[in-house]
Design a binder for this molecule. Structure first.
Ligand code: SF4
Ligand code: SF4
Length: 427
């Protein structure tokens, strides 16, 4: 099987050998009412109200959204406004912790006998894909197409990030439990787990965990970026190609992140919804790279402090990895459900782009076999027809083209703008 293109990146997995740690409870959490793809939730608590861990504080506004729960027990101090990275504003519930972490009495293991019950329970858990996209998990499980293969995404291809690897090493039983649940309720007969060949400890642990499983296989993957992108992962684990106008479900494939599966199993046993997550904290301003389990809504500052960050030297803060991470404008911003990393960096590159020298490196790096330099030209000419002909919709904004371009052209960023432009033209 031919390998898809992509790029080799320095791994910098400094926290890989560090066990997942729990940090001291934050004094105050700020929980935005939008941490999933879709519409924001409506706050259902009032200022001054006492809340418990796992209590619902945000109700979904439509049938595609998932609820939001309190991550600490304490008092609702305020309901404010939170500015999303795209500039939109959503309500935000602020809770002052009482330090007790009292569990909401309604948190009970759900009754799971049918697929409908399973899907509904996953929705109630507030689960979104923990790999970073924030897609509500119950919607993936509710696709009408018959699913014949579950592909588990254990590829953690961005530099620095190690939370999924630690989950494999420390919680492989929960991951397997989650796989069994999904296979049972969706009647899936085959499962493949993709993980880079450069993660020997995690690979060994997974191989051990699935040794007695006839229908579950571990697939070592080449260590290229973006190995964790859905279409790349599907191709390298199953040799199937998802056509431009199709979704994985159209091919009978369901892709799920490895930490999401571990959470689903834990929820099925305890009924405690998604109120915490594992975040890798790293970057050259951090003296103690680590993997931290933190309540949703914890200020980034608390994580950085725990990781012994040299705050004076920080020039850039990223939520996620260096390739697809989102710049944070303040270390007071809260940890969201979909945040898998926090990088504190001491340098920001400011190279001015120069003219394209037609070297073709961007094309060779693109895993989707697109022509980023031509896409760029079409975008600058505002040529919607050409953007469609060049299959802009296949671009997954992985950033490989930008990374390799010697002229420092912001190709991936332009593709994002081009998608926005096409949307406006087509609306
Ligand atoms: S950002 Fe888009 S065009 Fe650039 S390499 Fe990735 S998929 Fe290809
Ligand atoms: S890598 Fe940069 S310079 Fe080379 S062809 Fe692509 S856009 Fe042009």
């Amino acid at each position: 099987m031919k390998r898809l293109h992509g790029i080799q990146l320095p791994q910098r997995k400094h926290a890989e050998a560090r066990k997942i740690e729990t940090i001291p409870l934050p004094k105050l959490v700020r929980i935005p009412m939008l941490m999933h793809l879709g519409t924001p939730c409506t706050p259902i608590v009032t200022v001054g109200e006492q809340v418990c861990v796992g209590q619902k504080i945000g109700a979904p506004a439509d049938q595609n959204a998932v609820p939001i729960h309190a991550s600490v027990s304490g008092t609702v101090r305020a309901i404010t406004e939170f500015t999303n990275v795209n500039g939109s504003k959503v309500p935000c519930v602020e809770i002052e912790s009482d330090g007790l972490q009292t569990l909401y009495p309604g948190c009970k293991a759900p009754v799971l006998e049918t697929r409908e019950q399973f899907v509904q329970a996953v929705r109630e858990s507030g689960c979104v894909g923990l790999g970073g996209a924030g897609f509500p998990t119950f919607r993936k499980l509710n696709e009408p197409q018959k699913i014949s293969m579950l592909i588990v995404n254990g590829a953690e291809c961005e530099p620095y990030l190690t939370g999924d690897s630690r989950q494999i090493i420390e919680n492989s039983g929960d991951i397997l439990g989650g796989i069994h649940l999904v296979m049972q309720f969706l009647n899936i007969k085959e499962c493949k787990i993709g993980i880079e060949s450069t993660r020997p400890a995690a690979l060994k642990q997974l191989a051990y965990a699935v040794a007695a499983e006839e229908n579950i296989t571990v697939c070592p993957l080449p260590p290229v970026y973006p190995q964790g992108a859905e279409k790349v992962l599907i191709y390298h684990t199953s040799a199937r190609i998802v056509p431009e106008d199709k979704m994985p479900a159209d091919l009978g494939i369901l892709v799920m992140n490895i930490s999401t599966l571990a959470f689903l199993y834990q929820y099925s046993r305890t009924g405690i919804p998604l109120v915490e997550r594992v975040v890798t904290v790293d970057g050259n301003a951090v003296k103690k790279p680590c993997n931290l389990r933190v309540p949703i809504g914890t200020p980034q500052h608390d994580l950085l402090k725990y990781a012994d960050c040299n705050f004076d030297k920080v020039k850039k803060l990223l939520s996620g990895g260096p390739m697809m991470g989102i710049t944070l404008y303040s270390d007071e911003l809260p940890v969201l459900k979909q945040q898998n990393g926090l990088l504190a960096l001491t340098r920001v590159s400011h190279s001015e782009p120069t003219a394209c020298i037609r070297c073709g490196r961007c094309m060779n790096a693109c895993p989707m076999r697109l022509m980023p330099m031509e896409l760029s030209r079409a975008y600058h000419k505002k040529d919607a027809e050409m953007l469609r002909t060049l299959r802009l919709s296949l671009c997954m904004n992985c950033g490989c083209c930008t990374y390799v371009c010697p002229a420092k052209r912001p190709l991936a960023e332009e593709n994002q703008l081009a998608k926005q432009f096409l949307k406006e033209v087509e609306s």
